[in-house]
Design a protein around this ligand. Sequence first.
Ligand code: NIG
Ligand code: FE
Length: 424
Amino acid sequence: MDSFDLLVGPIGCLVPCDGPAPRVGPALRDLPTRSGAAVGVREGRIAFVGPWAEVADARASTRLDATNRTVLPGLIDPHTHVPFLGDRSAEVRLRLEGKSYMEIGRAGGGILSTMRSVRQAREEALFAAACKTAHGFLRQGVTTFEAKSGYGLEPGTEERQLRVLRRLDQRGPQRVVSTFLGAHFVPPEFKGEADRYVDLIVEEMIPAIAAAGLARFCDVFCEEGAFTVEQSRRILVAGRSAGLLPRLHADEIEDTGGAALAAEVGAVSADHLMAASAEGIAAMARAGVCATLLPGTSFYLRKPYAPARDFVEAGCPVALSTDCNPGSSYTTNLLNVATLAVFGMGLMPEEALWAVTLNAAYALRIHEECGSLAVGRRADLTVWDVPSYLHLFYPYGDMPLRTVICQGRLSWSSCPVHGPEERS
Ligand code: NIG
Ligand code: FE
């Protein structure tokens, strides 16, 4: 007879989000579910997905009843700005009074404000801040997230941020995928000499970070007031030659041709895209670039939402993310972001759920490891106290998350982890 470390079942509504990645076009409207199902876990991996009746009598060290509950893969956030610290709450008032995000940045606030806090912080303080944010994500059911440098803007601090992320990944329980974003903003030492800062990135920072294996991706904030298309191209191509996969903050505030650049350099993902043009969308679709959309940023900056329907209809893979950062979108609540995508951007609930599971994993090229509930995948599961996935979008602003299983372990619960039903 089978034996499991953990057996979840019977499950009222199992949403495995499995199948080939990425999920695109009309297939995004179809989100298969199973009732009366079970998931068995062994050594941190999924060992069984199928009818409860087949495993009800199996030996299991721990059992988790999910009657009348919905089970999804652990959510995946493919774009965050962890690690950061410092307080930019005063910017909220400035923005509400009419100052734009980029105006605040140009005046020395914004990204440069967080840069000052991060440059001053010792590695332990930065690590402690990152652990706190990671726990915030865990409480929202996020079992894997992308995270990046970009608040150092000088070699030593950029590397320190990436070392913190490596420690965070090693510590667990969540998996952390790292990105080098040295080109987040032109630092004060290079004011008016962005090209010289780009030289430093291309000639020193990328080779050192790639050699140390500190990042998987290379990203650029391609935006009026940050880096031009030409500078972004230079950085992404240099990163690619060093083995860092390109991704891009594209057309976040203005249409600067970032989406087209993402297609040209074969980026795995272009992110934000609130101002993307029709030509940019078509180019991304042709090149198979994932559109990672961040409706929390539109909400928080009071900007229009990205044209999500156009991306879906063009056949682009679409993923959703919090953009968690202290300036333009300070949240770890990915379900809330999915809710904004549904009610603000016009995605259907099914599309939004693919976008925070399998397609989010695809945006990080880890879809063979996680993002779906299938045998062999990492045992990252979320158990929600709702009878069907549609109920995740029915009351809004609530957090009906009950239990988070990360790499096969009970990692978070809205009731004590050793409550009666979780006991072996
Ligand atoms: O994705 N736009 C660039 N970077 C972030 C914001 C970072 C910050 O404001 O600290 C973003 O919106
Ligand atoms: Fe961002």
